[in-house]
Write a protein that binds this ligand. Structure first.
Ligand code: ADP
Ligand code: ELE
Length: 334
């Protein structure tokens, strides 16, 4: 049996006004699912890897929509609990010409009541890798304890995407706590800009200096590229040129591509390239998710000589994003 990557964290029902109208005036909204960890699981499944999502939803229709949506993308949802006493979190996007604002209704949600006991759920015990993000410790003290429990379990290989969401943290708390937790992870993914905002580090090397003992650190720098630090080795892969339609979800897609590269036994350059290719698909769409590239499309690109990588990857066709209409990203991750 192939051991899955198990992604642990909250996914909310996402309300999206039809036609990108402001929430106040939109006559119709679509309901779908949004969550950092389930986004990673869906992209991994799309790439053909065993992926599971472990979380909790309320015993309400939103919870059923969320679970069904993730399951339809090929993810094992057998570790998702239903909490009859709490609601599923909600997340609404309010589009405006000046940028989209997001509204969270997740305080007291079923997932925010998750705690360390879920670490013994079956899919986690069977995991090849457990993936979680910095959203989880921000949700509640019990979720913070869950994150720490996973990150300190020596039997698990844990990947941690820092995913700083300032709005979810008490002022001043995020920088300290996210650094403590990141130091416990086997794999850490962080944006250069978010590291700068949190910790004042200007360069990837400065981030490495803060996290010297993390087995594998990846610092993403949007259109510039991504750098992997593993032991004393460092690898950098420039980002392909992408006409960005909407950036939200690219970080999650990158994480999935990068982890998939590891599962496929690719070297550092291959891992970072697959991360970029998956991120590029999401950047070209309005959704948080995009169908990952199909093997026949990227096999050659992954092996392109260094000087031809950017050119060949930039020339890949845009994603066909069937089923994702009605979701689009937002610049409002604060
Ligand atoms: N403008 C861009 N052009 C090309 N690739 C981009 C661009 N912005 C983001 N990416 C891709 O998305 C990945 C994640 O973006 P980044 O902004 O660094 O992280 P996050 O979304 O987590 O804040 C990058 O590593 C890169 O592959
Ligand atoms: O769970 C939350 O609080 C979220 O914010 C869900 C977000 O839609 C994704 O996690 C996108 O995040 P990026 O891939 O970093 O752009």
């Amino acid at each position: 049996m192939t051991r899955p990557v198990v992604c642990v964290g909250e996914t909310m029902a996402l309300l999206v006004p039809a036609g990108a109208l402001p929430l106040e005036t939109a006559p119709h909204m679509s309901v779908t699912a949004a969550g950092a960890e389930s986004n990673v699981a869906c992209t991994l499944a799309g790439l053909g890897h065993a992926a599971a999502w472990v979380s909790a939803v309320g015993g309400d229709p939103f919870g059923r929509v969320v679970t069904r949506t993730v399951a339809e993308r090929g993810v094992d949802v057998s570790g998702v609990r239903t909490d009859p006493d709490r609601p599923t979190g909600l997340f609404a996007k309010d589009p405006a010409p000046t940028g989209t604002t997001v509204h969270y209704y997740r305080s007291g949600s079923a997932a925010s009541a998750l705690g360390p006991d879920i670490a013994d759920a079956l899919p986690i015990r069977e995991a090849a890798t457990v993936h979680l993000s910095g959203v989880t410790p921000a949700l509640s003290p019990t979720c913070d304890a869950l994150a720490e429990r996973l990150l300190t379990d020596r039997r698990l290989t844990v990947s941690f995407d820092v995913n700083h969401r300032a709005r979810l943290w008490e002022p001043g708390r995020a920088a300290v706590r996210l650094l403590e937790l990141a130091r416990l992870a086997d794999v850490v993914l962080v944006g250069r800009d978010e590291a700068e905002e949190l910790w004042g580090t200007a360069t990837a090397s400065e981030v490495r200096a803060l996290l010297p003992d993390v087995g594998c650190l990846v610092v993403k720098d949007a259109e510039h590229g991504a750098t992997e630090f593993r032991g004393h080795r460092r690898a950098h892969v420039p980002s392909p040129a992408v006409e960005v339609v909407e950036p939200v979800g690219a970080g999650d897609a990158f994480a999935a591509g990068y982890l998939a590269g590891g599962l496929r036994g690719l070297d550092a350059v291959g891992r970072l390239r697959l991360g970029h290719l998956c991120a590029g698909r999401v950047l070209r769409t309005v959704g948080d998710l995009a169908a990952p590239p199909r093997a026949g499309q990227w096999d050659g690109v992954l092996e392109a000589p260094h000087e031809r990588w950017v050119e060949q990857a930039s020339a890949l066709p845009a994603a066909a994003c069937e089923g994702e209409e009605g979701t689009w990203g937002t610049d409002g991750k604060v």
